[in-house]
Design a protein around this ligand. Sequence first.
Ligand SMILES: [Zn+2]
Length: 248
Amino acid sequence: MLLDNVLFFLLGLVLGSFINVIIERIPKGISIVSPRSFCFLCKYKIPFYRNIPLLSYLIQRGKCSNCNENISYQYIVIEFLIGILWLYSSFVFNNFYEMISFSIISSFLIAITVIDYKHFIIPIEISTFIFLFLSLEYFFDKSILSSLQGAFVGSIYLLLILLITWLITKRQGLGYGDIQLIFVLGYWLGIYKILFVIFFSALTAIIFWLILNYLKEYDKNRALPFGSFLCINSIIFYQIEINYLFRF
Ligand SMILES: [Zn+2]
């Protein structure tokens, strides 16, 4: 059992390394497969033996081996976070298939969280990837009906909020990326959880917005990365058993 956990941690580090590539490249429109990993400062192509997750960063003390500039600590934080997430998943889920599925989906949701937070975009490539990945699961054992309900009810609910916000404030509060993301998250979580996720995302986003406006100067037009809140709340709510609340 212990060996399995270590293996999951290592797999998480490897995927975390790839998630870093996605976070850096997708917003800039650079392909995620070629060119090979390179230093964003001096464009030095990183050989594979210097591209070992976590270890290379520690050995080189966070500096590029070519230009000696500091590499952003964001890389190591994300690699480590995703490693821990996989490790955690290997402890909490009994079903091996669910372990893998939760780990992969959560890792890509972390990519969306960071990208939306930094650039205010939700790349459709990642939402689509998650959608296709989930669709594969129906070849195994899940019920597709509950997922489709989640996807549609979640999206329609969000569209209604958008419409009401627009009628009252004449402003568009959310983008299409948010709706695509809600669709995919509803597909993952099902009809009840997605409604909880939307509610708690709005709540935590408002609290975050108030804190930010309190700490920095007040700006009522300050943008909020709503997608980041949706992703984090989804990762949490996936694990919470709420169905017993709905035994009609
Ligand atoms: Zn460099």
